[in-house]
Design a binder for this molecule. Structure first.
Ligand code: ADP
Length: 323
């Protein structure tokens, strides 16, 4: 890899007895979107906090933006922006005032600060709401304000911790557009955590699945899908006699006697389908319904995180609270 924006080697972290990160390696090339995918409680936020200097790792070598995190955390902080569950948005003051505070923090002159803030408010569709207290904003608007505040400092690397958790579908799609534009227009590197497979599939160049403190798998969405033999063909019959005959003809099929359905492992190719249909033809049977299931990220996720699914990927409550 020519220019890794983020490199971590054998990252470890425990909270008391609780082992959260059990030696993880990460390598994120510049200008790409990397997604750390895992169920609630997997350790995603902990990883973001460590990589963004907010929490110290127990062990591991980390470089962010070319800087050694342990030796020069200040340089790392100057290169990154962090948004998400520990939002910096102050609800008591207006969106614009939040932005101007960030401009002050980054030592922009008054005039330059106002220029940058006005541009970002416009870009994130917040101009109209700029003079209202941030506490009155919708979930989507707060997230947009949060990202806009991060961009005041022109970071080259942005950490987005569960940026769409708790958002409605429309706001989620608008957040995806924002992330895509950031990478395409400005070449920033995005480190994104999510519990949504669809989000990782939509946005990430590479995905790492975090499970039980380890990276269970890493690759592009397509590479991950190919790792899992989830593909199958399902045949359904209306007539129980035809079903039983088919089950006898296709002896390798998994039976679902109640639904009168047979399931056969298959890559979904024409050749594989023809073999199944030939098998049925030669027994003189016709299926009433044939469906092809190709593995998706859901299959990958559940196959890889099977031991920790009880932590519940359905918990969508946002952890942040805007004062
Ligand atoms: P995720 O972001 O994937 O939901 P977290 O990184 O927030 O996961 O948490 C991972 C685990 O570490 C959880 O079991 C959580 O309870 C625990 N944990 C996180 N922060 C602390 C802390 N400051 N003290 C003790 N335990 C913590």
């Amino acid at each position: 890899m020519t220019n890794p924006a983020i490199l971590a080697n054998d990252l470890r972290k425990s909270y008391g007895e609780k082992l959260v990160l059990d030696g993880i390696d990460l390598a994120v090339p510049e200008g790409t979107v990397f997604s750390l995918l895992g169920p609630n409680g997997a350790g995603k936020t902990t990883a973001v906090k460590i990589l963004s200097t907010l929490v110290t790792a127990d062990a591991g070598a980390i470089r962010v933006g070319g800087h050694d995190l342990a030796a020069d955390p200040q340089a790392v902080r100057a290169a990154i922006g962090v948004t998400g569950q520990f939002s910096a948005v102050d609800g008591l003051i207006t969106g614009e005032e939040n932005m101007l505070l960030m401009a002050d923090l980054h030592h922009l002159s008054r005039r330059e600060g106002r220029r940058v803030v006005a541009g970002l408010l416009e870009r994130f569709d917040l101009t109209e709401a700029a003079r209202k207290p941030a506490a009155t904003y919708s979930g989507g608007m707060k997230r947009r304000l949060d990202i806009a505040m991060t961009l005041v400092g022109s970071p080259r690397i942005i950490f987005l911790d569960e940026p769409t958790t708790g958002l409605d579908p429309r706001s989620r799609h608008s957040m995806w557009q924002i992330v895509r534009k950031l990478v395409a227009d400005e070449g920033v590197t995005v480190f994104l955590t999510t519990q949504y497979l669809e989000e990782a599939d939509e946005l990430a160049d590479r995905i790492a699945v975090l499970s039980d403190g380890k990276i269970a798998a890493e690759g592009t969405a397509d590479e991950l899908k190919r790792m899992i033999p989830g593909g199958h063909v399902r045949l359904r019959f209306a007539d129980p006699v035809a079903y039983r005959k088919a089950a006898a003809a296709l002896s390798e099929a998994q039976r679902d006697d109640e639904a009168l359905a047979l399931q056969l492992p298959s890559d979904g190719s024409q050749r594989a389908l023809r073999a199944i249909l030939d098998g049925l033809d030669s027994a003189g049977i016709e299926a009433d319904e044939l469906t092809v299931h190709t593995p998706d990220l859901d299959d990958v996720f559940f196959a890889l995180t099977s031991t920790s699914t009880s932590t519940g990927t359905g918990n969508n409550a946002p952890k942040e609270a805007v004062r």
